[in-house]
Design a protein around this ligand. Structure first.
Ligand SMILES: *Cc1c(COP(=O)(O)O)cnc(C)c1O
Length: 375
C-alpha cells in the first residue's frame, strides 16, 4: 500500500526526545523549544517566533492579539481548513468568504477590497499547497484600509514570495507542525509576530496570562497573573522531535521538491492531452512541495479515480468541502459575491501521495496507474 501520508522521520528524533528526559525538562520552553525559536526567527526573518500547540492555536492567539470582538468581520477564502475560520468565530466574528483563483486555489486578491466594510477587522489569507497568495496586492489593500493581515501559512513552511519567507509578510504568520505537514512534532505549530510591540503580550497569552517568559529571561524576579491567557506552549519533547527535522530542513525540502518535480514530469503528457490539470506556481513564488494535486474532469471522475487507485493500493484523497457550503459556515459566515471557482474547482482536486519517506518508484507507480486509468 502506498500511503497518502506518513509522519516525517529524519533519524535524530529518538535521541533528542531522550535528551529532554535526561535534561529533566520536558515541559514547555526548554532547550529544544529555544533551538526551534532561534531557527524560525533566523530562517523566516521574523523578529519573534513562538512554538504553539498547533496552528489552530497560533491562529487563536492571532485573533486574541487582534482583539477580535463579536460582530467584527474577517475576510478569508472558503476553500480552506476549518481552523482558519474557527479561531475568529470563537471570538464572535462573522466570516466573509471570498472566491479563489482557479490556478492556485488561493483567495483572489482582486476580490478582497470589495468585501471590506466598516466592520472588517482583519484579512486572513491561506497559502494553499505552500504556494503564495499575491501578497504585494493584498498588503497594499490592507494598508490602504488599515487592516491587519494574518497568514495561515500552515502548509507554507520554507515557501517564499518574491524572496520573502511566507508567514513573515503579514502581521501574524501561523505554521503547522502536524504530522501531515512538511515538518512535524506530532501536534504543534508556531506563531510569527512581525510587530515587536506585541511580543510580550503574545508571550503572556501563551503562558496562562502570566509573565513567566520574562521570569525565565531573568527580567523579573517572580511571575504573576498579568492578563488573560491560555496554555499554548508545547512540551519540549515535541519540540525535540521538531528540532531533528528543522536541522535537516533543506534536505527535507529538496527531497520533497524532487518528488514533486517527478510527479510533474511523469504526468505532463496527460496534461498536454487535456485529460488532467497540473498545479500552477506563479512567477516569484518558491513553493515547498507541500502537496501534489491534479485536477480531474469533474467530481464523478475524481470519485472513480480514487476507487481505481485504492484497488491498485494507492491512497489518494481530496479536501476541502468549501466552508460556506457546510453547517458551521452557513451559521457563522457569508459568501461575498459569486462562487465562480470555489465549489467547482474544489470538486475536481485530487491529492496524490507525497511525503518525505516515499520512494521514487512509488511515485512512478502512482503515475503509471493514473495513465492506465485514462487509457
Ligand atoms: C493543517 C492546517 C491547519 C491546522 O493545523 P493544526 O496544526 O493541525 O492545528 C490550519 N490551516 C491549514 C490551511 C492547514 O492546512
Amino acid at each position: 500500500m502506498i500511503h497518502f501520508n506518513e509522519p516525517p522521520f529524519s533519524g535524530k528524533e529518538f535521541e533528542y526526545m531522550k535528551q529532554t528526559i535526561e535534561n529533566a525538562h520536558i515541559c514547555g520552553d526548554g532547550y529544544f523549544t529555544r533551538q526551534c525559536h532561534a531557527w524560525l526567527e533566523e530562517r523566516m526573518h521574523s523578529p519573534k517566533a513562538l512554538l504553539t500547540t498547533s496552528c489552530t492555536h497560533a491562529l487563536e492567539m492571532a485573533a486574541l492579539l487582534l482583539n477580535i470582538q463579536p460582530g467584527d468581520e474577517v475576510i478569508m477564502p472558503s476553500y480552506t481548513f476549518a481552523s482558519t475560520a474557527d479561531a475568529f468565530v470563537m471570538r464572535g466574528a462573522r466570516i466573509v468568504f471570498v472566491d479563489i483563483r482557479p490556478d492556485t486555489m488561493n483567495m483572489d486578491e482582486n476580490l478582497i477590497e470589495g468585501a471590506i466594510t466598516e466592520r472588517t477587522k482583519a484579512i486572513c489569507v491561506m497559502h494553499y499547497a505552500g504556494v503564495a497568495c499575491e501578497m504585494d496586492m493584498i498588503m497594499a489593500v490592507a494598508r490602504k484600509h488599515h487592516l491587519p493581515v494574518v497568514e495561515d501559512a500552515a502548509q507554507a513552511v520554507m515557501s517564499k514570495y518574491k524572496g520573502t519567507p511566507l508567514g513573515s509578510i503579514g502581521d501574524y504568520g501561523c505554521f503547522s507542525f502536524h504530522e501531515t505537514k512538511n515538518y512535524s512534532m506530532g501536534e504543534g505549530g508556531a506563531l510569527l509576530i512581525r510587530d515587536i510591540e506585541n511580543r510580550e503580550r503574545a508571550e503572556i497569552i501563551r503562558e496562562k496570562g502570566t509573565d513567566r517568559s520574562r521570569f525565565w529571561r531573568g527580567e523579573v524576579d517572580k511571575y504573576t497573573w498579568v492578563d488573560f491567557g491560555s496554555s499554548y506552549l508545547p512540551s519540549d519533547m515535541n519540540a525535540a522531535y521538531l528540532w531533528a527535522q528543522l536541522e535537516l530542513a533543506d534536505e527535507i525540502n529538496n527531497r520533497r521538491l524532487k518528488l514533486w518535480g517527478q510527479y510533474y514530469q511523469e504526468l505532463k503528457d496527460l496534461a498536454l492531452q487535456g485529460r488532467i490539470e497540473l498545479p500552477h506556481v506563479p512567477e516569484g513564488c518558491e513553493h515547498n512541495a507541500h502537496m501534489f494535486f491534479i485536477k480531474t474532469e469533474d467530481i464523478e471522475q475524481r470519485s472513480n479515480i480514487i476507487s481505481w487507485l485504492r484497488e491498485q493500493g494507492v491512497g489518494a484523497v481530496f479536501h476541502y468541502i468549501p466552508l460556506h457550503t457546510v453547517a458551521a459556515g452557513r451559521k457563522y459566515g457569508i459568501f461575498h459575491g459569486e462562487d465562480r471557482y470555489t465549489t467547482r474547482e474544489s470538486e475536481r482536486l485530487l491529492r496524490l501521495p507525497l511525503h518525505y519517506n516515499i520512494k521514487e518508484g512509488d511515485v512512478s507507480y502512482v503515475c503509471s496507474k493514473l495513465k492506465e486509468f485514462y487509457r
